[in-house]
Design a protein around this ligand. Structure first.
Ligand SMILES: [Zn+2]
Length: 176
């Protein structure tokens, strides 16, 4: 795995955790070149599941993108990564069990709200209010990413920057 800090590919796994349901694995890695620690996540991607967005566009279901959205709703709440991972794993499993291979983005949004409600009221309200406004999880993620970019620009010295959600899916979320 390439180190996000120094770009070398020499790392060693220092911790491996399997989710309670056994459908996701997190690995804590240490770059042997620069000692940077980072986390990778492994889950089953349901074969050929496509998300139908509100405007009719379809895209492949991306668990990482889903995780970004949930992590943003949980921002600065005391919800650990393992809990967020379990929500993503739960939703991924549910989608893989559906008889059809297409699912509306609203359906995923409703699932997220249902699960978040049990975990953290604030994260739920945050996700629900923004999600219901946009009616599309992708639009929500784009909006929160924009807000965070603005916050970052406003307070570059913020010591909470390490807790800010990281956009692992790259730039494609912003180009839409
Ligand atoms: Zn490194």
């Amino acid at each position: 795995m390439r180190c996000p800090k120094c770009d070398m590919t020499d790392d060693k796994v220092i911790e491996t955790r399997v989710s309670r349901e056994g459908d996701a694995i997190r690995r804590r890695r240490l770059c042997t070149n620069c000692n940077y620690r980072f986390t990778t996540y492994e889950t089953i991607i349901p074969a050929d599941i496509h998300v139908v967005k509100r405007d009719g566009r379809r895209e492949e279901f991306q668990p990482n993108k889903l995780r970004d959205g949930i992590r943003m709703a949980c921002w600065k709440r005391s919800i650990d990564e393992a809990t967020i991972d379990s929500v993503v794993a739960d939703i991924t499993t549910r989608l893989s069990l559906l008889p059809q291979n297409e699912v509306e983005s609203q359906y995923i949004g409703e699932l997220v709200m249902k699960l978040l409600k049990k975990i953290d009221e604030v994260a739920y309200v945050r996700f629900a209010s923004v999600y219901r406004h946009f009616q599309d999880a992708d639009a929500f993620i784009d909006e929160v990413q924009n807000m965070q970019a603005e916050n970052k620009a406003a307070e570059p010295e913020s010591d909470n920057s390490k807790e800010a959600p990281v956009n692992e899916t790259g730039q494609d979320g912003k180009t839409a």
